[in-house]
Structure formats: structure tokens, C-alpha cells
Design a protein around this ligand. Sequence first.
Ligand SMILES: [Zn+2]
Length: 420
Amino acid sequence: MLKSKSLERFKTRKILQQLADKKGYGTELISLYIPQGKQISDVSNYLKQEYGTATNIKSKTTQKNVQSAITTIQQKLKIIPQSLIDEYSIVIFAGAIPQNGGPGTERMEIYPIVPPEPINIYLYRCASEFVLDPLKEVLETKDTYGLLVIDRSEANIATLRGSNLEIHQRLTSGVHGKHRAGGQSQRRYERVIEQQVHEFFVRIGEYASEIYLGIPDFKGLFVGGPGPTKDDFIQKDYVDYRIKEKVLGVADTSYSGEQGLKELITRVESKISDVRYVEEKKLVQKFLRHLAKDTGKATYGEKEVRDYLEQGAVAILLLSDALDIIRVKISCGSCDYTLEKTIREGELSLFEESLNIEECPDCTSSLLSIVETKPLIEDLAELAETAGTRVEVISAETEEGSELWNAFKGIAGILRYKPS
Ligand SMILES: [Zn+2]
């Protein structure tokens, strides 16, 4: 099966947002983390014991809810093949969740999740909230690179993590390059300047070492700047040897400010091609090139892209993670009436309220309700997966990503062939 990592990450992020709001009346929400390679039969036996232990719970309601959550999980486990757990880790959340009302409105909900990266812990917990931290951490595990641009007057100490460029420290030396006098005082003046530059480098070295050493799993450092200053800086031991060992590349840039950092990313991108930032930039640039050259292979907008997806014509589908549109399916409780609508995510609860006072256009009953909601991203991604289309969820944080969102409403595609 075609698996899109960026899509899996996006889905996990969304589901985490949903689950964070869910609370049980008692300690009755179950979180179960199953590491890769664990035998399902062992987990199942463990749950059997927990089912028995639950008879000691004083509150009858809580006891009933815990036991029924365990049963729900066990049923789910029966249909999960061992081969899946041999390859991935699995997380299951289950529990009786109150449905916008008092006691008695609880409904059993279950969320099986395959995390985008394996979570290799075994954890069973029964609490009034779900245990989400290990899943959150997995979304955060991305390689972090250091980016340092430097010249004699300015330095910027930054990190690049996924698509996120963060400037930690900007330093200036106050050194001016120009000199006035000649002879004896000229040489003294130059010595003073060199001393100031040296002190500036010491400061940069201290800041950079402290910042980069503080990052767990620091992947490596790229250094940029105009002229030979950056090479001097690295060769002399201004930065801690543990950071110096991790210098992955040195590149010329025209500037030492924020512009210089962006230049540096471009210069070293072949070395960090695994960093999402670069991947995403390239994908959107590819789409933009097709558009600019009028090759006929670029498409955008929900309707156009959906049509091409259905024809199986899309090679790569680009979706902005800023897309906040969901498709809702409404149905009537007393007749066959159904309707699909597209609304913004933030309008969902308002829409649900408005539905309560609306009548069914077919039978005039007031039994309309939402039976399904699906983010547009997932809707289009499912369509893409059946057509063998590569799906890429693009962060709106990069320049290209924000262009995808702002100029193309967050939906674009590169076609396999020029449509006739
Ligand atoms: Zn009806």
C-alpha cells in the first residue's frame, strides 16, 4: 500500500487535537500502546486480567464502562493481523465519552492509530483522560540542524527542524571595517579591531555551543557567510569541539542576516535533502514550474483536482496543512434524506446547533443530524490512494507552502500526462 508519511503525520496531529478534548466521568478511558513486534495474544491475555481486576472498581458505572472499553479493544485486536504489529507499533484509545450532555449520554468510542514513527513502549492505562504524550513526542521527533551565518559585524544562530527555521540568537559586534589614520596609529587601530573581532567570535562561539549542545539528537551544523570569516571562525576553536565535529558543511552566502540563513539553506540543501523543508519547497516549485511553462500538467482548486484524481491522472497531490475545510454528511432520522456539505472546521459546532432547529426538506421531521465528518484533506487523500497518486501534505510555514495555501487555496496537483 502507498503510505504517505506527511499524510500520516497530519492525521495523527488532527486526531491528537480531537482526543485532547475527550474526558471521561470517572477513570474509565483506556490508552493502550503496543510496541512493534509484540504478540497480540499476550496483549489479549493482559486485557483479560485487567477485565477481572476491574470488578474491584467501586463505582458500578465506571466498572461497566471500563469493562466495556476492554471488550471493545479486544474485538478490535481480533481483526488486527499480527503482521501489522510485526511491522508497526499501534496505539488504541477507547472509552465511554459523554456526548455534550450529562451522565447517561456516554458513547463508546475507539481510536486505533498507527503512529507515523514506531513508538516502542508497552503501556496500558486507565484514567479520566487519554495518555497522549508518547504520541505527541513522536510527531516532534525530527532531525534538528544548526545553521550559523557569520561575518565580522553580525552573526545569526539558528536551527532548522523539519520545515521550521528558528533564529535563536542574533549578535552584532559594533566593529566597523573602515579605517582612517595611517602609519603607527593605523596599526594600533587594526590591532584594536582584531581584538574586538576576536571577542565577538568568542561570544558567538559561546552562544552557539550552548544553544546547539542543548538540543538532544543535534544532527549537525552548517556554517555560512560572506568571505573567509566563517572559515577562520570554524578552524580556530571558537565553538565547542563536540559541535565542531558536527560541522556538515560550509558555504558562501552574500549576507549574514536572515536572508543569509535562507541562502544557506539553498546552498546546503543537497546535504539535508531529508529535511522536510527542502522536500516541500521542491515539490511546490515543481508544480509552479509546470504552471509557468504552461505544460498543461499543473492543476489546482478542489473541483479540478478532484476530477483529475477520479480519472487517475494525478501523479502528485499537494495539500496544504492549513486547509481547514471538512465535508459533513447529514442524514435524516426518519427518512432516507442525506446531504453532503463542505464547511470550515471552526464552524462545525455552530452548524450542528443550526441543524437542531432545521426541518428535513423531505419529511419535515426535526431529526437531521451529522453522521460523518471528514477533513477535506483526508477525503482527497483517500481518493488519491485508490488511484496510486503520491500524497504530500505541505506545511504552510515555508514560503512555497504559504503560496500553495494563499494563491491556490491549498490544493494542487501535478498530472501524469497533459490532458487532451
Ligand atoms: Zn426526513
